[in-house]
Design a protein around this ligand. Structure first.
Ligand code: AMP
Length: 283
């Protein structure tokens, strides 16, 4: 595995691989890699000749009082895991290299950025869209893989790629979970033992909804109520939002209509830790 720090060097290498006729697939991450991230590599390798991964904790997508400073950065471990998973090129730039002193250009995907995560974390999605656009320009991949775990981010990237005519196929990778059902996340390590135990209510509530839908329930309000009722069985769980949205534009849906795809999205706080999860539903 080749490790590259310099944006210019990375861009030159991906350009030369393209000229050699290689197909490139790219998985951007913030590191602290777990099996969820490594599954993206599997999807990348299945679709291309060369698997690219970036590890970059992007300051632009963190709010002032968020965990940018303490976000885990186990780079030696990340390198070993990425190599074992079959990453061919690992791009790990410094902040200074990616954001020059005079940096002043941003990508704003307007409507999708304004709700749910965007409402709670102002400027978060502007930071995400901007860094992903920059990374796309450096990696110039044919395919980019994103986790369904961050459904709003995935929808936002799809919108950006369509709006700005970016010639990259966006692939969604299913959510990878711990054995008890908790969606893997680099932030799960912040949970106390009790919070970690009780966090299982999140995936349990999604299973309850999945069952109700299989039994024919189509009304969002009823499905959202069932989710909240189950989340409330944990005293530590503080739901921030639970909603049904269309998978194509993240607009809220009152009922599930045959032929459409939706996400049931939720964010639940346990102490200071925010956990996101979702269920993809095609009816
Ligand atoms: P992050 O490092 O949190 O920015 O995540 C990098 C990529 O990994 C994003 O596309 C995430 O959606 C994806 N990802 C994170 N957690 C998971 C998971 N549990 N399963 C699948 N993909 C994930």
């Amino acid at each position: 595995m080749k490790i590259i720090e310099s944006p210019k060097e990375f861009q030159q290498l991906t350009e030369s691989l393209r000229l050699q006729g290689k197909k490139l697939a790219f998985a951007p991450t913030m590191g602290a890699l777990h099996d969820g991230h490594l599954s993206l590599v599997k999807h990348a390798k299945a679709r291309a000749d060369v698997a690219l991964m970036s590890v970059f904790v992007n300051p632009l997508q963190f709010g002032k009082n968020e965990d940018f400073g303490k976000y885990p950065r186990p780079f030696e471990r990340d390198k070993a895991l990425a190599e074992k998973a079959g990453v061919d090129i690992l791009f790990a730039p410094t902040h200074e290299a990616l954001y020059d002193k005079g940096f002043q250009s941003f990508v704003n995907v307007k409507h999708i950025s304004e709700k749910f995560e965007g409402e709670i974390r102002p400027d978060h999605f502007r930071g995400v869209a901007t860094v992903v656009c920059k990374l796309f320009n450096l990696a110039k991949p044919h395919v980019a893989v994103f986790g369904q775990k961050d459904a709003q981010q995935l929808t936002l990237i799809r919108q950006m790629v369509a709006d700005l005519n970016i010639d990259i196929e966006i692939v969604a990778a299913p959510i990878v979970r711990e054995s008890d059902g908790l969606a893997m996340s680099s932030r799960n390590i912040y949970l106390s033992e009790q919070e970690r135990r009780e966090a299982v209510v999140i995936s349990e509530s999604l299973k309850i909804v999945q069952k109700l839908i299989a039994e024919g329930e189509r009304e969002s309000e009823i499905l959202i109520d069932a989710t909240l009722r189950h989340l409330q069985t944990s005293l530590l769980a503080k739901p921030e939002y639970v909603a049904f949205v269309r998978a194509d534009d993240f607009s809220e849906a009152r009922e599930l209509v045959k032929g459409n795809a939706y996400f049931l999205i939720l964010a639940v706080r346990f102490g200071t830790v925010r956990l996101l999860d979702n269920l993809y539903i095609q009816v």
